[in-house]
Design a protein around this ligand. Sequence first.
Ligand code: KIV
Length: 284
Amino acid sequence: MKKMTAPAIRDLKGQRKITSITAYDYSSGQIADAADVDIILVGDSLGMVVLGYEDTLSVTMDDMLHHTAAVSRGASRALIIGDMPFMSYQPSVSMAVANAGKFLSKTGARAVKLEGGFPFLEHVRAIVDSGVPVQGHIGLTPQHVARFGGFKGQGKTARSASALVEEAIALEEAGCFSIVLEAIPSEVAKEITERVTIPTIGIGAGPDTDGQVLVYHDILGLFDRFVPKFVKKFAQLRGDCIGAVNSYCAEVLDGSFPAEKNFTNMDVEELKMFKTLLKDKERV
Ligand code: KIV
């Protein structure tokens, strides 16, 4: 299987659908890579599904670098994108460039994603000019949860929908190699997908985007604090995990674990000598 890069992802538009999934550590990175996913996004959703925060606002650059590096150690083929956390790029263009660069120099990611459109075009241009491919992200951008007043779908009115179309075109012009469209009406996502030449990756944006992305814990049914309408659980691993841990506890309690095959015994002669040594010591 060919190694995925930002230009390779860009070239997939119009050829076939693009697959993307989040991952946050070595083992989820390995699983995503083994499943031949095109893009592994180390999303700042990390804050909610791994670190247990209410939203993504508390996630730091250190968190993201730590987890992105772990994912990279597990994945060798997919394109790994590091998600720029809240306040790692908003304050200034130079801060955006410096932090985007850290994902490439310290973690093995080969692109970054940042949320927002018009206010961040200059940031995108400067990051791309510095050599870092950028994936845009518009619609429901969770880092704006305070301004939106919750995790609410966007682009539902004619005016806001046409602003999203303009924003997507501006992000392409600023140099993005792809754009995530989150929680927007399918008609708006279709219009954007037809009007930009870079791939759109949808999450809650209907069937007409160039690709789809979902959160690892949602796909596997590992996270049930809330389940957005756009999520499909392809497995129910939370129940399976609880069942497995319950079985372990039951076997520890009734003594059936560990069984013979789960431990080693000493060689008979060594055991005899061991007992003799212990007795000798008692006598002293
Ligand atoms: O942080 C994240 O996981 C994301 C995706 C859901 C697009 O931004």
